[in-house]
Ligand binder design. Structure first.
Ligand code: 5U1
Length: 673
């Protein structure tokens, strides 16, 4: 190793400081003080020095934005504090209801309530962790509890500093920031123009492109996309004293993190309403997509008093902008059969862009809705799209009728299996009565294996269709009994693919409780409700025992959901399938959750060697349930290396870096076992 003089070290440090500062002026304040050419010169000098003295390269050097090669998969991480979502208001009245609730629950005088209001970005929610001022971990929100580790990808985003500015703000030991990754509208259009020139398919909208770009396994692809980020809050902050949301926003900006400048501290509800109207008015002129504003009680003491529900705080609300509408023509009407046998009429549309998204299909909901609107094939209609909701037909423009439009007759037989369809009293939906309807079975199995369910990677709809058509599976539990020779009966199946599918099915047996509940496909139980149920009841056995009146005691569970859950667990067929799954080795997990800070919250662990009292997976689960993070390799960010029997090279690495090692007994003491 060549000897490096203190001057060189100082020079490298000085260049990094300068580059970080100019990044801040450019990306955060939008007030550059030097030309692009001058900036490039500074950057080049640093690149040259780091090339000559590679020992001086650090992960937070501005040259290290694209430092890593492609991954084979993302690791998952547990957020130290859940990343909550927001309750929604879609009118002034609903916002005022929220305000009344805040007054009532906080028992506070109206004059004392201040609201911090800010735009709501339509992007991908992420968390970035800084330890001692250095970016160490970046993750997606995921389900709010567990996200994906996309550190290398988020590091490529220039508006996210690799190191916090330390001049005006004291660097905290730990700072977790939360924000939204977006693609500016202009950059999105440019990106699509380039794709058009190359004859490549166009991206649908900035939001999905931003989300897809962050979830690339190769960070070089992410780096080539014009991503940005706006921070709007924090998770954990160690050694920091802040007492309001507006202080957070100021603090983030001082620390070099980009915060959107269009936020305001409002002292009255009228000011909030004016803010909403102003942002709605300038929305189309802004270079990023918004879908509303976010209103937060500013004072932390009041926020704490108001508390939260399982998924969302009571002290904040998203006031959404009205949905976007467009006009197009209905080319055809088809009927879809869902996994519960429900028949839904769907309008096939002449493609139209609504709020930047191409829409080709829109729901007509049910027969009554269709009749009420008098929808016919060939009609010119208004469709609307609001956020992630499926686009819907809202109105027929009857003045445009030519007389050629055709009425649609709702089928009395299931379009998939030909069984009779029935409509129960009081219900708006027709359902297929065929107990063996392949559409239901295929949809059910596809739901079971989906990412939100048991995440059987590679088991797509095409394979499921074949499995059902060949009679290989008659219910979701049958998946666990498939053998290679069964799979080899399918078209375009090879030994390797069959092994991979079997492995994916096997992996599905070790899931967590929210995923398992969702996978079961209980009517009215989506991913969020599955989280709520897991949190409240901790196990399938406990959930299965609940009567509807016990279930409705939980906030967020209404009588319809409660009845669906009760019905599901009181159907002998379902119980038999659950038993069959258990017999095949599907683990029915117990839900554990971090509810409070523990001494190891936010700490990084690495495990090496075999432990006598726990399997590697158990140790990992315990640590994660206490808010710690488990990494697969030792780095300078590791806090503890747990050393079992026959440790690998990680022990030597830990010793080299001076990282604390724990023997099994010490580890057990630390986790209170
Ligand atoms: N601007 C902004 N977006 N957003 C999203 N603020 C904000 N806050 C959020 C979310 C989910 O949540 C906190 C209020 C918990």
């Amino acid at each position: 190793m060549s000897k490096i003089s203190p001057e060189i070290k100082r020079k490298v440090e000085e260049l990094r400081e300068k580059i970080n500062y100019h990044n801040y002026l450019y990306h955060v304040l939008d007030q550059p003080e030097i030309t692009d050419a001058e900036y490039d010169r500074l950057f080049d000098q640093l690149v040259q020095l780091e090339k000559k003295y590679p020992e001086l390269v650090t992960p937070d050097s501005p040259t290290q934005r694209v430092g890593a090669g492609p991954l084979t998969e993302f690791k998952t991480i547990r957020h130290s504090l859940p990343m909550l979502s927001l309750n929604k208001a879609s009118s002034q009245e609903e916002f005022l209801d929220f305000h009344s609730r805040v007054l009532e629950l906080s028992g506070t005088d109206e004059k004392r309530i201040k609201y911090a209001v800010e735009p709501k970005f339509d992007g991908l929610a992420v968390e970035i962790v800084y330890e001692n001022g250095v970016f160490t971990l970046g993750s997606t929100r995921g389900d709010g509890i567990i996200g994906e580790d996309v550190t290398q990808n988020l590091k490529t985003i220039k508006t996210i500093p690799l190191k916090l500015l330390s001049k005006s703000a004291k660097v905290p030991k730990l700072l977790e920031i939360r924000g939204e990754v977006i693609i500016p509208k202009k950059d999105f259009e440019k990106l699509n123009k380039e794709r058009e020139k190359k004859g490549e398919p166009l991206y649908a909208n900035p939001r999905n492109t931003a989300a897809g770009s962050v979830r690339q396994l190769d960070p070089r692809i992410t780096a080539a996309r014009p991503l940005g980020m706006f921070a709007h809050g924090i998770g954990l902050l160690e050694n920091g004293k802040l007492s309001s949301h507006s202080e957070i926003l100021k603090y983030l900006k001082q620390s070099g993190i980009r915060v959107n400048e269009n936020w305001k501290l409002c002292h009255t509800v009228e000011e909030v309403i004016n803010f909403y109207e102003k942002i709605l008015e300038i929305r189309d002129k802004l270079d990023y997509e918004l879908d509303g504003i976010v209103i937060k009680v500013d004072d932390f003491a009041l926020q704490n008093k108001l508390g939260g529900l399982s998924r969302s705080p009571r002290w904040a609300i998203a006031w959404k902008f009205p949905p976007q509408q467009e006009q197009t023509q209905i080319l055809d009407i088809q009927v879809n059969v869902g996994r519960t046998g429900a028949l839904t009429p769907v309008a096939i549309l002449k493609p139209v862009r609504v709020g930047g998204v191409e829409v080709r299909r829109a729901t007509l909901h049910n027969e009554d809705e269709m009749n009420k609107k008098d929808v016919r094939i060939g009609d010119i209609v208004i469709i609307q799209r609001a956020g992630d909701v499926i686009p819907e037909v809202v109105q027929v423009i009857k003045a445009n009728r030519t007389g050629k439009e055709k009425k649609f007759k709702f089928p009395d037989r299931c379009p998939v299996c030909g069984s009779k369809v029935e409509r129960l009293e009081g219900e708006a939906t027709y359902r297929c009565t065929g107990i063996a309807c392949p559409a239901q079975l295929k949809e059910r199995i596809s739901h079971f294996a989906s990412k939100g369910g048991l995440n059987m990677e590679g088991l797509g709809y095409k394979f499921i269709e074949q499995m059902v058509d060949l009679g290989l599976v008659k219910d979701p539990a049958d998946l666990f009994y498939l053998e290679k020779k069964d799979l080899m009966k399918m078209e375009r199946m090879g030994e390797k693919l069959a092994s991979n599918l079997l492995k994916a099915i096997e992996n599905g047996k070790k899931t967590d409780l929210p995923h398992l509940i969702y996978a079961l496909g209980i009517r009215n139980v989506g991913e969020h409700m599955a989280q709520v149920l897991a949190r409240e009841f901790k196990s399938i056995d406990s959930l299965a025992k609940r009567k509807p009146e016990e279930l409705t005691e939980i906030f967020e569970i209404g009588p319809i959901v409660a009845q669906s859950i009760y019905n599901f667990f009181h159907d002998q067929k379902n119980l038999k399938i659950l038993e069959k799954m258990k017999k095949a080795g599907l683990v029915f997990p117990i839900h554990k959750e971090v509810t409070k800070k523990t001494p190891i919250t936010g700490k990084f662990f690495v495990l090496t060697g075999g432990l006598a009292s726990f399997s590697r997976d158990e140790a990992k689960r315990i640590l994660e349930s206490m808010g710690a993070r488990v990494a697969s390799s030792v780095s300078k960010n590791t806090d503890f290396v747990v050393v079992g029997e026959n440790p690998g090279s990680k022990l030597a690495e830990a010793q080299k870096l001076g990282i604390k090692t724990l023997k099994e007994e010490e580890f057990k003491k630390l986790i209170g076992k």
